[in-house]
Design a binder for this molecule. Sequence first.
Ligand SMILES: [Zn+2]
Length: 236
Amino acid sequence: MKEGLLQLLKLQEVDKKLFELKEAKEKYPAEINLRRGRIAEARSVLSDLEAQSAEFEKQQRHCEREIESGKATLREREERFAVVTTNKEYDSLQREIEICKQTIAEHETHSLKAMEGLERIQEQIDEEQSAFEEVREAEQERIDELEGQLGTMQEQIDEVKKSREVVAESIDAQLLKTYKRKQGRRGIRVAAIHRNACGACYYQMPAQILNEVRVGDRVIYCENCGAIMVWNEQSV
Ligand SMILES: [Zn+2]
């Protein structure tokens, strides 16, 4: 009986391990998704900035083209001064040239604004890029770890189940039944005495009960938490 009670403690350890593995198997996929979501979120912040940057570049290219063609028009108009013959023609040409210069100046202002915007966005991109890398690295490391665990999870569960069988085999059928009956309860079903107290709830045991646990010829339950009491090498 005493040996059987000690085996029950071992069985509880194995069952705890089994429970944790099964729980992990259920929870890991959700955690992986959550972490992938965080990477995607960080990535999308960066993508938004990159889109803004592309828009500024486009604006700037457009302005540069407009400035180029504006300057060509201006040159062409200025050359016409050589061939104007009347004052009216001269005034008209002067006005056209004024308009042309204004248009060029407007595009130059726009181009400058786009360039400033581009610089500002680039700074944000640089910051976001390193923030994204940090998030991606940390999350990916954990994802790889979880996926690795999941990959061998069934193997681990099968292995623990096998060792459970070995431990259970050595335990008296009646005792095993008692243990199983307590299976519905959460937490600890078997506990070793420690410092004259129940190892599960720390309830101080009367000397009479302690003695009975030490002898170990019948099953004693903690009268506080109901755990099966065991006397092992640490029980003093
Ligand atoms: Zn207790």
